[in-house]
Design a protein around this ligand. Structure first.
Ligand code: SDX
Length: 428
């Protein structure tokens, strides 16, 4: 393939360099387009064909169902690594040695206390508040209590901001859940591992010794790893573009949490469980809901199905589906919802509407079944997605800042009124 792209506009032809990645992806570098063509730009609603950056963090191939973090396949990471190792690899580029991992964890533990005034902000929320709204607010509020972490200009400052948020975010997640359930806010224990500590903070009852269930610990580790990054998805792009104005790390993460909240994105895991519950309440009639999903006049979509990039099975969904079976069996839980999910999947995989549009189960389709088996309330599911995605957001924000990327500022094509004179109110 030649290393240039040619463009013909009217009588004029233009050439633009091609950018090729380490996995042979090819992009047309159009940074000179508007100048060379005297104002012509491209337009691409939803950026379905547009790359925002060059990144060395995560590679995915939607046609082949491939996902790798820093070159490591998601299957191997989910099977052989723990979440903190994967977080380290995403953020710093390599799987850590034992010493590096121990130091990272020790530094995180030193910074995992949240200023007690944050509790007052939390207390001001009504119990009915959605946990994602609480989490986004508290994450942004951290900036007020950690001003030094804003606008980091050095690797050391950035490292301090990273270990702070890796330490404090799980506390905010646990406090958000406990606020909803009316349990007293707590801290875990520095003697525990990173994920075990999250479990203790989330699930500990005030009047009994909390015992770590290894089945749940392994399942949570796996779920957090599977959610840890996913290249330039909606919320990660939000974190990058917010950070490109040199807004601080915590403020940029807060923006990402808000983007993840939407039911078309991370909010889908909650919407899947609500959909499955509705089908169960409705007598388990999956065919009716399949018909609704295909009806263009019905806004209903089969939540947990389809993906902007994966036009094959989402590799994470395959792993999570297997884990759901194992966790429910190991915990001795019979959940009719799982059967309904399986039935829907089978129907969709044999339905031309879904097959023709390459709509397969995505990461959100089965994850909620495991969260529910863990005793996590459905409104907290997307918070768990954010907890997993945190290291990915941090890694992407860090890469964007270290690459000194310009402020994100897309163009537009104006389709409004042409110039017209002001009309006084009497004449309108
Ligand atoms: C995540 O980007 C990421 O990487 C995200 C994520 C991550 O890790 O960060 O993977 C996490 O967000 C997973 C996706 C979770 N969302 C859902 O499960 C919500 C349900 N899915 C859809 O809303 C949809 O599939 C999207 C939003 C995920 C993708 O939408 P696209 O790429 O914009 O595709 P589209 O809306 O243009 O759909 C193409 C066709 C349309 O039909 P036609 O107009 O061609 O006739 O497929 C149809 C759509 O109507 N379609 C669906 C459908 N998804 C797409 N029809 C019924 N049910 C669905 N779920």
């Amino acid at each position: 393939m030649s290393d240039i792209a040619k463009l013909q506009i009217g009588e004029n032809s233009y050439e633009f360099p091609l950018v090729k990645g380490t996995e042979n992806e090819v992009a047309i570098d159009i940074k000179s387009l508007r100048t060379a063509t005297n104002g012509v730009i491209t337009i691409d609603a939803g950026f379905k064909n547009t790359g925002s950056c060059e990144s060395g963090i995560t590679f995915l191939d939607g046609e082949k169902g491939i996902l790798r973090y820093r070159g490591y396949s998601i299957d191997e990471l989910a099977e052989k690594a723990d979440f903190l190792e994967v977080a380290y690899a995403l953020i710093f580029g390599e799987l850590p040695t034992k010493e590096e991992l121990d130091k990272f964890h020790a530094d995180i533990k030193l910074k995992s206390v949240v200023d007690d005034d944050v509790r007052k902000i939390l207390e001001a929320f009504p119990k009915t508040a959605h946990p994602m709204g609480i989490l986004s607010s508290l994450t942004s509020a951290l900036t007020a209590f950690n001003p030094s972490s804003v606008n980091v200009n050095s690797e050391e400052e950035m490292y301090n901001a990273i270990v702070k948020i890796m330490g404090k975010f799980p506390v905010l997640v646990a406090w958000t859940m406990r606020k909803k359930s009316g349990l007293p806010l707590n801290y875990g224990s520095k003697s525990l591992g990173y994920v075990e500590n999250i479990m203790k903070m989330m699930f500990e009852e005030p009047n009994e010794e909390y015992v770590i269930n290894p089945i749940i610990k392994d399942a949570l580790d796996k779920l957090l790893i599977l959610h840890a990054d996913h290249e330039q998805n909606c919320s990660t792009s939000t974190v990058r573009i917010a950070g490109s104005s040199h807004a601080g790390l915590f403020a940029s993460l807060s923006a990402g949490i808000s983007a993840l909240w939407g039911p078309l994105h991370g909010g889908a895991n909650q919407a899947v469980l609500e959909m499955l519950e509705a089908i169960k309440e409705d007598g388990g009639d999956t065919k009716k809901y399949m018909a609704k999903a295909k009806d263009k006049n019905d806004p209903f979509r089969l939540m947990g199905f389809g993906h902007r990039v994966y036009k094959n099975f989402d590799p994470r969904a395959t792993i999570i589906k297997k884990a759901a079976d194992e966790v429910l069996k190991d915990l001795g839980i019979e959940d009719p919802i799982l059967e309904i999910a399986r039935g829907l999947e089978q129907e969709a995989l044999n339905d031309s509407y879904f097959v023709d549009r390459k709509l397969y189960p995505n990461v959100d389709f089965y994850s909620g079944i495991i969260y529910r088996a863990m005793g996590i309330p459905v409104e907290m599911f997307t918070v768990m997605f954010a907890l997993g995605r945190l290291p990915g957001w941090i890694a992407q924000w860090k890469e964007m800042r270290l690459n000194k990327e310009p402020i994100g500022r897309p163009r537009q094509i104006y389709t409004g009124e042409n110039l017209r004179p002001f009309k006084s109110i009497e004449k309108r």
